[in-house]
Design a protein around this ligand. Structure first.
Ligand SMILES: *Cc1c(COP(=O)(O)O)cnc(C)c1O
Ligand SMILES: [Zn+2]
Length: 419
């Protein structure tokens, strides 16, 4: 494929519109507004057709004109194009006509949607000459940076809250990354990383590389549209930590509409949080444009950001698209995980339980009408958060290897059912 140079034009301040060179920088010098990648859509329109996309390998890079790397990606070339599953049994359980699961619980290589953002950030970091990469993470980002840096021969430092799930910690250590556990909440980890990023010449994927990193999330939206037969779904339910993924799926829908790859239609973006860390959903429900920071206390640790960087913009996207936010308790999160597992055979992490639980509430309240169609974004794998459900799924019943014992067990079960 040809070089991507020229498709991305500049970094642009979301507040004042000032433009900056395509370097490792993320805030406007004038108003501290966040910088975002700006593209030449007229140029992109000439090479990005449905036929061109369909002829390319089934990875997130089939939409490469809309992803911010200048040349061939060198990190995470196999990432993306996860299944979009028609979820008829879960649809029935939740009381909606049509339901789809976008299943990033099986994203390659570290089983969460973060492989999308990391492959873009690290490919771009290499183009800009970095040899050390880093991140502030609630877990999945650390896993993905560690793995993808390992396979690219980059040195990695990952910073996480020290009290993360064992699965998330091991899934960073195994790749040989430098794992630093901070005794504090994610927001404190993030603050420290901003200081470190200013001092060391490293590519912090979600600090100085954030404009590139965040664009990777769009690929989840591009894939949803293509997999639906080049349509924008009526409703999309997205888990929110910083709120970035929700805003970027919305941007993906806007871009493909603008490029004429999907027809114009009305869509609704809905945000999902845990009640134990709900700064964005609380503000949305109260009709506020700004969130108030909170101190997280939830089993959904991957979403536990009390001061969400894109909270303001995600509120704006929900308002513009006439979407809603909702939040669910730890018990409702576990129930959501079980609903998805029992009805669709998909084992999601706590964030998935949040998304299913919130979808259930929004459908029950009519905010997502029962006659409509919705896509739920499942963003991470349940095998990484076993702690959250351990002791809540029952126990295997043990017997001796004897047919008699088995038949006694079956008979007892029948009595239980008939009772
Ligand atoms: C990071 C993460 C999210 C949300 O990320 P944003 O910061 O809102 O973009 C959702 N689900 C999982 C599993 C995550 O790890
Ligand atoms: Zn500005």
């Amino acid at each position: 494929m040809q070089s991507n140079a020229g498709f991305m034009k500049a970094l642009k301040c979301r507040e004042c519109g000032r433009e900056y060179p395509l370097a490792a920088t993320h805030v406007c010098e004038f108003d501290f507004g966040p910088l975002e990648v700006a593209y030449d859509y007229a140029l992109i329109k000439k090479s990005l057709t449905r036929a061109a996309i369909e002829s390319r390998p089934q990875t997130m890079w089939r939409y490469r004109e809309l992803l911010p790397v200048a040349d061939e990606p060198t990190v995470g070339r196999q990432v993306g194009f996860t299944p979009l599953v028609k979820a008829d049994r879960l649809a029935k359980a939740l009381g909606i006509r049509e339901l789809w699961i976008k299943n990033d619980a099986v994203n390659y290589p570290t089983l969460s949607f973060k492989d999308r953002v990391v492959s873009v950030a690290l490919s771009r970091a290499r183009e800009l000459g970095f040899t050390t990469v880093a991140c502030a993470s609630t877990g999945n980002l650390a896993n993905s940076v560690a793995a993808n840096a390992g396979s690219a021969g980059l040195k990695a430092y990952v910073f996480i809250p020290a009290d993360l799930e064992q699965g998330k910690i091991l899934n960073s250590l195994i790749y040989g990354a430098q794992v630093i556990g901070i005794k504090g909440h994610y927001d404190e980890v993030n603050r420290l990383c901003a200081e470190i990023a200013g001092k060391y010449g490293w590519a912090f994927v979600n600090v100085n590389m954030r404009p590139y990193y965040a664009e990777g999330s769009k690929s989840m939206g591009f894939e949803i549209m293509e997999q639906l037969g080049w349509r924008v779904p009526q409703h999309t339910v997205v888990p929110m930590a910083s709120g970035s993924l929700l805003t970027k799926i919305h941007k993906a829908y806007q871009e493909m509409s603008k490029l004429g790859l999907v027809s114009e239609s009305q869509w609704h973006m809905h945000g999902a949080q845990a009640t134990g860390c709900n700064p964005i959903s609380h503000a949305q429900k109260a009709g506020l444009d700004f969130f108030k920071p909170v101190k997280p206390n939830t089993i959904a640790k991957s979403l536990a950001i009390g001061t969400p960087a894109d909270g303001f913009y995600s509120l704006k996207v929900m308002k513009e698209s006439h979407g809603y936010a909702e939040d669910v308790t730890d018990d409702e999160i576990r129930e959501g995980i079980k609903l998805l597992a029992e009805n669709e055979g998909i084992f999601a992490e706590t964030a998935g339980g949040v998304t299913v639980g919130v979808a259930k509430k929004l459908i029950a309240s009519g905010k997502i009408p029962a006659k409509d169609s919705a896509v739920l974004c499942i963003t991470g794998n349940g095998l990484k958060t076993l702690d959250a459900v351990t002791g809540h799924c029952g126990q295997p019943r043990e017997i001796k290897p004897s047919l008699r014992e088995f038949e006694t067990l079956l008979a007892a079960e029948k009595q239980l059912v008939n009772a």
